[in-house]
Design a protein. Structure first.
Length: 311
């Protein structure tokens, strides 16, 4: 990777939606900071294209990290929370709040339909229920701090199971949507929640097929960031289970904080209350998302529009 970065004309970070913050072990931070180090050593221009950043603990200064984060000529972040975190470590110049890049492009519906033609089980499931709710569930064992809270982890799983039962009892179909792939694959984990009225989506379709499928759902209940971003992008009402600042920041930016539930307070009663509110406001919620989509797309596009100034 170092050889590739050395010979680059421009380093664009991140390849995904990584978060650089003080909750990661140093080895994990080093993985994220390597492009910054290479840009500085080899004098390659660098831009940061709309991840989330922080939080940073000012009581535990990390001069190496702070120095490396001074490297980019341009910082685009996807919510104001990240801008504020950067400000706490002295990065104030050339920082722009844009939007998650997922909002920038459209989904090719025809191509998604072609891919889904080879997945009749999903088509049959969606056709079998007048309303289908998508869910992303995580055990959070991977999380540096939350993964140590046994009581919370038990409450998360119990809430997910109760919510699924409640939805199916009320006639909804429930589609469980994988969000992690490769060695972090969560497809097998989701199988533990399968049952009557519940389908676990294959982990083979790409992100655009996922977005297309989400556009056809009644609603989404998301414990993962991008499931909620995809729902917002596709105009599908959603309840976001908020476990990190990046989701909270998006909800604030979009004026949708009422549709977020802090993970530490999660219970079936609170999640069901949020969902009942969504049901009552469903049509207005969907219209609100569709109306906001052009603005969000334009905000995401600003990240790309700023690049010529660097090049």
């Amino acid at each position: 990777m170092v050889r590739i970065l050395k010979n680059s004309d421009l380093i664009v970070y991140p390849p995904g939606g990584s978060v650089i913050n003080d909750r990661f072990f140093w080895s994990k931070q080093l993985e994220y900071l390597t492009p910054f180090l290479c840009a500085r050593i080899f004098h390659v221009p660098m831009v940061v294209c709309a991840p989330s950043m922080g939080p940073y603990d000012s009581a535990m200064p990390q001069p190496t990290r702070n120095m490396l984060l001074q490297t980019p000529a341009l910082f685009c972040v996807r919510e104001d929370t990240s801008r504020q975190y950067l400000e706490t470590i002295g990065i104030k110049e050339n920082v722009h709040v844009t939007m998650d890049l997922a909002f920038m492009d459209d989904v090719d519906s025809a191509d998604a339909e072609r891919q889904l033609a080879g997945y009749p089980e999903l088509s049959e499931f969606l056709a079998a229920y007048p309303r289908v709710v998508g869910m992303t569930i995580s055990d959070f064992k991977w999380h540096v701090t939350l993964g140590k809270d046994a009581e919370l982890l038990e409450r998360i799983e119990a809430t997910a199971r109760q919510m699924i039962t409640s939805l199916t009892d009320r006639g909804y179909g429930v589609l469980l949507i994988p969000q992690l792939f490769g060695n972090q694959n969560d497809y097998n984990y989701l199988q533990a929640f399968a049952g009557e009225g519940v389908h676990v989506m294959s982990d083979k379709p790409d992100t655009y097929v996922q977005q297309y499928v989400i556009s056809k759902l009644y609603a989404v209940i998301g414990m993962r960031y991008h499931s909620n971003i995809f729902a917002a992008k596709m105009g599908t009402p959603f309840i976001a289970v908020v476990y990190e600042e990046k989701m909270e920041g998006f909800l604030e930016l979009a004026g949708l904080s009422d549709y977020g539930l802090p993970l530490e307070t999660i219970s079936f009663e609170k999640l069901d209350e949020k969902f009942c509110t969504l049901e009552k406001q469903h049509d207005a919620f969907r219209a609100r998302l569709q109306q906001a989509r052009p603005e969000w797309r334009e905000r995401a596009r600003r990240t790309v529009d700023l690049l010529p100034d660097i090049l």
